[in-house]
Design a protein around this ligand. Structure first.
Ligand SMILES: Cc1cc2nc3c(=O)[nH]c(=O)nc-3n(C[C@H](O)[C@H](O)[C@H](O)COP(=O)(O)OP(=O)(O)OC[C@H]3O[C@@H](n4cnc5c(N)ncnc54)[C@H](O)[C@@H]3O)c2cc1C
Length: 453
């Protein structure tokens, strides 16, 4: 097999020559660091910066919004959006895809469309390293220099509570019973599990901490039960919830479980998992309860994406491991104002949701434009993101959903944010539920439009 140009650069020292040509002196810390990690030292294939450059890592709802709205705020700012994925697939609405209510195309979108319409550069690249001293991002496609960096890489799973470091067990759990709370292959696996289910217990777990999409596991349970009911499958969804009760929209979900899915859902609160045997398909809880399952979607706790640790900007939050170490009002990294973190990596107790990431992204973009214009950011420049969240509770014969919308306010006494001006619609029986179903689809379409058009 012949060596590619890239391989040659990596292995023959050409990297050092390229580094010098691209502004790095031999022995430069940034150059040494990346050579050691075997990434490409040539500049990434994007045009030279035409003004102050903002590099955004992660093209989820957070990064996409920030890229678009920085350009809207000041078209002279040069924006580069990086993502390792080739196509966008949303987590939101993916429960409806997994249960066959919506087609895969509904949640699948084109990054390039967003870049063309938003007038920024998108590059499909995996970020391996970040050197904040030299303001350099190292990717598999080359290096990118920044004036301001935004980290919006989303969550990683934290299996350590279950596996205590047993990587073999973690790999089996990830492969056989994926959580499907990071959209992509996991969503497709869940879809085929549901379609091929022949009966028995289908376990859905709800983690503790501030996990991604609080109502997501309950919505999923309703939709799976709805699928079993419609297709006359002799199956039962067993919800093992680490929390003492349903974490959001509890009245709406409880009434849906009781009235629509009495024979199809068993809800077990305060169910902390002690052991999982993925081979015998058996879970033991802390209280010694043993649950055997025919299939499962096992959702572990979440943590900040590992990229935060690589960049040296991670800190344990009150609820999760390794989230962004930022000023909660300005989104700037403590000790490095040129780096912002947003979306699901934030440590504030906001809902980890697409809508929150989108509304927050507009605020962060406006603040970055101000900061690049020489303005200092502070608590005075903060405003609240908005969480609007619809959850489907049934799809047959009609789509029905319950919803919440809320802002946040900071409580100085306990130094934390809490819901403010919250409104709930937890009625799914009657026209409100039907309106919720329509609202859910329209909300999704509106969000995709805002991210890509
Ligand atoms: C089943 C499910 C149901 C949901 N339901 C709802 C709902 O009803 N309403 C709602 O508002 N939200 C919902 N959500 C949550 C919502 O999808 C997330 O909160 C949202 O996607 C978070 O946005 P983000 O941009 O912070 O992170 P993400 O969407 O995870 O985006 C992060 C991006 O960073 C990229 N990335 C990571 N590391 C690197 C790297 N090293 N190099 C390059 N790129 C990298 C990833 O590829 C990814 O594209 C749901 C999620 C799921 C899974």
């Amino acid at each position: 097999m012949g060596l590619s140009r890239r391989d040659a650069m990596k292995f023959t020292g050409l990297a050092a020559i390229t580094a010098a040509a691209s502004g790095y002196a031999k022995g430069d810390k940034a150059a040494t660091k990346s050579t050691a990690k075997g990434v490409i030292l040539a500049p990434a294939p994007i045009p030279a910066a035409k003004g102050q450059r903002v590099v955004i890592v992660g093209a989820g709802p957070s990064g996409l919004t920030i890229a678009k709205y920085i350009k809207k705020g000041n078209p002279k700012v040069d924006v580069v959006l990086l993502d390792k994925r080739s196509v966008f697939m949303s987590g939101f609405l993916s429960n409806l895809v997994a249960t066959g209510v919506l087609p895969l195309e509904f949640i699948t979108h084109d990054f390039l469309e967003g870049a063309r319409n938003g007038n920024y550069n998108f590059l499909q690249a995996t970020v391996h390293d970040i050197d904040r001293k030299s303001k350099t991002v190292f990717t598999n496609e080359g290096i990118v220099k920044y004036d301001v960096l935004v980290l919006a890489p989303g969550i990683d799973y934290d299996y350590s509570h279950w596996t205590k470091g047993d990587i073999e067990l973690e790999t089996v759990l990830r492969t056989k019973f994926p959580a499907a709370f990071i959209a992509g292959s996991e969503t497709l696996t869940l879809k085929s599990k549901i379609e091929n289910f022949e009966g028995g217990n289908f376990v859905v777990t709800v983690p503790g901490g501030n996990y991604r999409c609080l109502p997501g596991p309950y919505e999923r349970s309703c939709l799976i039960a709805d699928y079993f009911k419609k297709n006359k499958i002799n199956g039962k969804v067993i919800i093992l919830d680490e929390n003492a009760d349903i974490t959001i929209k509890a009245a709406g979900f409880h009434s849906a479980f009781d009235q629509m899915y009495k024979d199809y859902i068993t809800y077990i609160p305060s169910a902390t998992i002690d052991t999982i045997d993925p081979y015998k398909q058996k879970i033991t809880t802390e209280f010694g309860q043993v649950i055997e399952f025919a299939d499962a979607a096992l959702y572990p706790r979440v943590r900040g994406n590992k990229l935060l640790e690589i960049a040296g900007v991670a800190k344990d939050s009150p609820s999760n491991k390794a989230e962004a170490n930022i000023d909660p009002f300005t989104y700037q990294v403590i000790g490095d104002k040129n780096v912002f973190c947003a979306g699901d990596v934030r440590p504030m107790g906001f809902s980890k949701s697409g809508n929150t990431a989108n509304t927050e992204g507009k605020i962060v973009a406006a603040n970055i434009v101000k900061y690049l214009g020489g303005q200092e950011l502070s608590r005075k420049t903060w405003s609240s993101p908005l969480t609007v969240c619809f959850s489907a509770v049934s799809a047959n014969p009609d789509l029905r959903a319950i919803s919440v919308h809320a802002e946040y306010a900071y409580n100085d006494a306990n130094k934390a944010f809490a819901f403010a001006n919250a409104g709930m619609n937890e009625k799914w029986d009657g026209t409100e539920g039907l309106d919720g179903g329509k609202g859910l689809k329209e909300w999704g379409k509106g969000l995709y439009r805002d991210l890509f058009n």
